[in-house]
Write a protein that binds this ligand. Structure first.
Ligand code: GLY
Length: 417
């Protein structure tokens, strides 16, 4: 199905990696990409096999719910089988994004071909206005593809996706609605994760000049800044809004331990999201929020010495609680960018990110050639939801590769963009 991945051998990877200044770093980035090269080929084989062998019962269930075909790997079931999801799943864009990162690192056209194949499968999402996850799905896949290829067809998909996302904007409250489910609990829920989807809107503003995208993104970030954070700068997970008055009606969690606890991945989304919003707007309050979240995370007494957090900073049985490697990879990638803007603490942010990557590379990698081709073990999807606890997750892997690339770019050029 795909071209040989060995046309451009590891020599090229070494040349690319050799630009970085520190020999130890250079070595683990090279090794991690060599490992990812093996794993992602396994992942593609296993994904295609799972798609081909989907049971007739599963096909019927999926079709009854109006869900399209399976497209991307997400995680591992309790019985050990691979979870492959349709494009409407919030995680569908991460695997194509990983393939684009492989292409970016290696320059091997076989990775581009693979990335294009998996990216094309996400296109139906461009008109799906039933969820806020557009950035996760479309920016990680088509967004990286456009950045690396300038393919005009990708630009069209991205702009249509951005328009679709703006249809979820509630002007009185000044936010983009996150979920349509759980209507008996919430009227208009907004989750901290939604900060990540704003990157697509900022891109669309730059690309089209249409200020609608910018206004929606900035308003959402400002409203979230006002309502999502506690005095200690940790983030709530879910804020519910009255869309008639714009008032906050509930401060809840969905995937954290308790309404007043600090769900680890939520803190990571906040750090990354406000850093990105500072890049796009230059607003000092966004940078300050990112700095404060970083400070919250790295001074927390429950953060383990290896800097890979438990799934919630307030989980009741620490240290006997699952870790969440995905929170660590999102944080590491966000910290490299934050180090560009926060001169005072730049070295500290880089040191924390380096420590995370080194520890992941040394202690959290999947088995080479196994684990369905995932890169990292020990992530946590949802403890309250009782799914994907202490499992590999595609988004942990996506932000791992992104952080490695960011590390390499910072070391070789001092820039990320
Ligand atoms: N955005 C969903 C999650 O972080 O689990």
């Amino acid at each position: 199905m795909y071209r040989s991945f060995f046309l451009i051998p590891s020599v090229l990877c070494m040349l690319v990696a050799c630009k970085s200044s520190d020999a130890g770093t250079e070595e683990y980035i090279r090794k991690d990409f060599a490992f990812a090269s093996v794993q992602l080929k396994v992942a593609m084989e296993e994904t295609e096999r799972a798609i081909a062998n989907e049971s007739s019962e599963s096909v019927a269930n999926r079709q009854r719910r109006g869900h399209g075909p399976l497209v991307s790997p997400r995680s591992v079931e309790e019985d050990g089988s691979l979870i492959v999801v349709p494009s409407r799943d919030w995680t569908s864009g991460f695997f194509p994004g990983e393939l684009w990162y492989m292409y970016e690192y290696t320059g091997d056209p076989a990775w581009e071909e693979a990335a294009r194949t998996y990216t094309a499968r996400i296109e139906p999402e461009k008109s799906n206005g039933t969820t806020h996850d557009m950035g996760f799905k479309v920016y990680c896949s088509f967004g990286n593809g456009y950045r690396l290829t300038q393919d005009p067809a990708y630009r069209d998909v991205l702009l249509e996706s951005a328009y679709t996302l703006t249809t979820r904007y509630k002007p009185t409250a000044g936010i983009i609605r996150s979920w349509d489910h759980s209507t008996s609990k919430w009227d208009c829920p907004v989750i901290i994760d939604n900060m990540m989807n704003l990157e697509l809107l900022f891109w669309a503003f730059r690309e089209s000049g249409d200020s609608l995208f910018y206004e929606v993104a900035v308003n959402h970030a400002e409203t979230t800044l006002k309502n999502h954070f506690r005095e200690d700068h940790s983030s709530y997970h879910v804020i519910d809004y009255d869309t008639i008055t714009g008032a906050v009606t509930k401060k809840h969690t969905h995937q954290g331990y308790a309404h007043e606890s600090a769900w680890s991945r939520g803190q990571a989304w906040a750090l990354y999201g406000y850093t990105m919003c500072y890049r796009e707007t230059g607003k000092a309050s966004f940078l300050e929020q990112a700095r404060q979240v970083a400070n919250y995370i790295f001074t927390h007494p429950h953060l383990p010495a290896d800097l890979i957090p438990y799934w919630d900073y307030d989980a009741p049985n620490i240290p006997d609680e699952p870790r969440d490697v995905s929170a660590a990879t999102v944080t590491a990638s966000g910290l490299y960018e934050l180090s560009l803007y926060d001169a005072e603490q730049a070295e500290l942010h880089k040191k924390h990110a380096d420590t995370i990557l080194k520890n992941l590379s040394d202690h959290y990698l999947a088995q080479e050639g196994g684990d369905h081709g995932f890169l990292l073990l020990h992530s946590t999807g949802s403890v309250p939801g009782e799914f994907e606890v202490d499992k590999p997750l595609s988004y942990a892997d996506y932000y791992f590769l992104e952080a490695l690339l960011r590390k390499q770019k910072l070391e070789s050029t001092g820039k990320l963009f």
